[in-house]
Design a binder for this molecule. Structure first.
Ligand code: HEM
Length: 229
């Protein structure tokens, strides 16, 4: 086996891939949140933002392919790691030494990463199946064609169960990111005793901003905007 496949198949190799892909996804989320914030500035601001993205479509298509690859690798290696951890959960023996199972030495958000990740995946399928689909593929009222993207977002965010699902999913996303952020730093070896508490706090602040930021949009449209167009 070559050194690369040896590395990829090792536990640290899988963690490394997950951390690189996860970091890319975390950066994407910051950009996505900032872009979506134009929703708070009314139809012109948001429609103008999406129109700008539309004008650089070839570049956006490349980013989408990279994004999809990042999700696929992140989910694939995450599932493999989860499965390997599960097999040793009660603790395992290496010679006569017992290695603690993950329950004894990990936090709540670390232990729930697989389940929060799985729910985020379901959310993402729903999210793309509604917004991405309506923006790019299925446009029966020619709203996207006429750059009325704001109307599409407003329509979806008037549906109570859709809004509830978004809020639940982004709270879980917050938990997922809280663990993921510090975990990526640890994998990259930046877990020096002096700076790690700062990294952990930064991760928590990042996770809270993402969760509250993304939750604020469906809540705003449902409770305050009220479909007034
Ligand atoms: C709750 C607030 C959110 C709103 C209003 C929102 C809005 C949108 C819209 C309108 C699009 C379609 C853009 C286009 O096709 O031009 C989109 C795409 C996307 N969203 Fe979101 N989103 C939100 C949250 C999230 C979250 C939490 C995630 C990740 C977990 C996410 C991941 C994505 C991805 C991966 C795409 C496809 C990117 C692309 O086509 O370039 N979104 N979002």
């Amino acid at each position: 086996m070559g050194w690369f496949s040896k590395f990829i198949n090792s536990s640290i190799g899988k963690k490394f891939i997950m951390a690189v892909m996860g970091s890319f996804l975390m950066i994407f989320l910051i950009i996505h949140l900032i872009g979506n914030f134009t929703l708070f500035f009314g139809p012109n601001a948001f429609n103008g933002y999406v129109k700008t993205l539309d004008s650089i479509k070839p570049l956006i298509r490349v980013i989408e392919v990279v994004l999809l690859a990042a999700f696929v690798f992140h989910i694939y290696y995450g599932t493999l790691l989860w499965w390997e951890n599960k097999k040793t959960q009660g603790g395992k023996f290496i010679g006569k030494y017992k290695i603690n199972g993950s329950k004894q030495n990990s936090s709540f958000s670390a232990r729930t990463t697989f389940i929060t990740g799985s729910i985020i995946f379901i959310f993402l399928v729903l999210h793309l199946g509604t917004f991405f689909w309506r923006f790019n593929v299925y446009d029966p009222q020619n709203l996207a064609e006429n750059h009325q993207y704001f109307v599409i977002v407003n329509e979806f965010f008037q549906i109570w169960w859709y809004v509830a699902l978004y809020v639940i999913a982004v709270i879980l996303l917050g938990y997922h990111l809280n663990h993921g952020f510090q975990s990526a730093f640890q994998t990259f070896g930046w877990n020096n005793k002096k700076y790690f508490p700062f990294i952990q706090k930064t991760g928590t602040v990042y996770a809270i901003i993402m969760a509250l930021g993304f939750a604020s949009m469906p809540i705003y449209f449902f409770f305050f905007y009220g479909g007034n167009l």
